[in-house]
Design a protein around this ligand. Structure first.
Ligand code: RAM
Length: 510
């Protein structure tokens, strides 16, 4: 099979549509008015200082502003109650709102933004309000903890009074989840992870509620793993899987991302490693939900993804990056992705073997086992005879990503896997992960290799460092040596509540 029938694709899209849920907003008010001050010790150089309970109403004259801290990261619409005092209102009221997930966004002007993603992702609005004596619910959805309200212009005869401000917060995650973690540090990490997951669970599993606000296949897998052990919203996973599968390309490739609005649409981006992991995502969904019917429908498509990636193997069974596909793996700029991608394919093949076994498809089991054997041979060719480390690309690069994915793909197991993972951890020249997505797979690889202690230490060190820097939700990118790091040319456009960073919620409950 190259591609499922058109009827099948339409059916998946219809199922996805039928599972679209309406999110019920919860009204949340700020916990304090605050100021933001420069502080070289604070994350990205900015600290929000609370100034006590919110003291509403606040009268604001032209040129004045007020900052609200909602106490935690939220996703939803903003409700404002403004009133004219000392009227009559003889001109429109001009208000600027700036919403931030982290302090830098409400501290640094957006005017000098130089990132290469659209400026429109930065969350600010200018409103010209002809009449202000009413409750205003802004039409857009925001992701934020902090809101700055700036009065840009009033008239000669009036000032504005802010009587109320609230977030109409939404999520598709329902119910309380008992905390996980053996001590206070881990429980703090878990709480942030749960909030990250919750705030990305909307009408699909979004990657980031600030940006890109889209369903991405690689993020979905990790969110779903967290979801199975916490909120258990299986319909949301099913809807997300059906949307991705429903837009399968002519050649059988599942898209890397999908838009929901104004109607569902393929993102027309294809990522080789995400394609490979489609089968794992289907298997894990079926294991948790017992919906083996959907797994049966999607299994041929899952196997097709493996075939697509396998077309990139050379005559020895080694993955070769011919540059025709986007191979993601991680945001690190220096990472050579050959060995890691080979490991992803091995890991994905193992999960597809399991899927075929569960569905009693012996021919597929056999075929995929043979492929895994071939990949095993191909992996050996990337190994350094002395150290046993996997070397990637022409430069024979040593990286955490290569060792982690090769271990997850069982190119090495047990002590051998532990040995390569320990060697990179101790090697300052080895290329480290550039963000939480790959760090997650490193922790997974450590756990698989029986390195419980190291996995625990890495989780505390990496995700714990974000908590220690005041994270309310986990960030899309985090480099402890460069807090301004961004794959998009500006830290302002990074997402600070990001799908793939929520995995401590899963790791702490495995
Ligand atoms: C970013 C997204 C997403 C990720 C892709 C590869 O733009 O935020 O999380 O899956 O890149």
């Amino acid at each position: 099979m190259v591609r499922p029938s058109d009827e099948q694709l339409s059916e998946w899209l219809a199922v996805a549509e039928s599972l679209r849920s309406t999110l019920v907003p919860e009204r949340v008010e700020p916990v304090a008015v605050a100021t933001v001050v420069a502080d070289p010790e604070a994350f990205q150089g900015w600290r929000v200082v609370r100034q006590g309970e919110r003291a509403l109403p606040i009268t604001l004259k032209q040129g004045e502003s007020v900052l609200f801290d909602f106490g935690e990261h939220l996703v939803g619409q903003l409700e404002l109650r403004l009133r004219v005092v000392r009227g009559p209102q003889d001109a429109p009221l001009r208000v600027r709102l700036v919403l931030g997930e982290v302090p830098a966004e409400v501290a640094e002007p957006f005017d000098h933004y130089s990132g290469w993603l659209s400026r429109s992702w930065l969350q600010d609005e200018v409103l010209n309000l002809d009449i202000v004596d009413e409750v205003l619910v802004l039409p857009r959805r925001y992701a934020f903890q902090f809101v700055k309200v700036e009065i840009l212009a009033t008239g000669r005869n009036f000032d504005a009074q802010l009587e109320g401000i609230a977030c109409l917060a939404v999520t598709a995650a329902q119910g309380e989840v008992p905390p996980a973690g053996a001590d206070e540090e881990l429980r703090a990490i878990d709480a942030v992870a749960l909030r990250t997951l919750r705030n990305c669970m909307l009408t699909v599993f979004e990657d980031g509620p600030k940006r890109d606000r889209r369903l991405w296949l690689g993020d979905l897998r990790l969110q779903a793993l967290g979801n199975y052990r916490t909120y258990r919203n299986h319909d949301l996973v099913k809807r997300s899987l059906c949307l991705l599968a429903g837009f399968t390309r002519e050649d059988g490739a599942v898209p890397a991302c999908v838009y929901e609005y104004p109607r569902a649409k393929s993102g027309d981006l294809y990522i080789l490693d995400y394609c490979a992991l489609f089968g794992a995502t289907v298997l894990e969904y079926a294991e948790s939900s017992s919906d083996w019917e959907l797994a049966r429908q999607m299994a041929p498509l899952a196997f097709r993804q493996i075939d697509i990636v396998s077309e990139k193997l050379d005559e020895h069974g080694t993955f070769v990056d011919d540059g025709t596909w986007w191979v993601f793996i991680d945001w690190s700029e220096t990472l050579d992705k050959q060995a890691a991608m080979h490991g992803v394919l091995m890991c994905a093949t193992l999960r597809c073997i399991e899927l075929a076994e569960r569905l009693e498809m012996p021919k597929e089991v056999q075929r995929l086992r043979r492929l895994h054997e071939r990949l095993q041979v191909g992996a050996e060719r990337l190994r350094d005879a002395g150290t046993g480390l996997f070397l990637s690309g022409k430069q024979e690069q040593v990286s955490w990503g290569s060792q982690a994915w090769m271990a997850l793909g069982e190119a090495v197991t047990g002590d051998e896997a532990a040995s390569v993972l320990r060697q990179v951890a101790e090697n300052p020249d080895a290329v480290r992960p550039g963000g939480p997505y790959l760090y997650h797979y490193v922790v997974e690889a450590m756990l698989k290799a029986g390195m419980q202690r190291e996995a625990d230490a890495l989780l505390r060190k990496y995700w714990g460092a974000m908590v220690r820097r005041g994270a309310s939700t986990f960030w899309e990118v985090f480099d402890p040596t460069d807090e301004h790091r961004s794959p998009y040319g500006s830290h302002l456009v990074n997402s600070y509540c990001h799908a793939w960073s929520c995995t401590p919620a899963y790791l702490l409950r495995r």
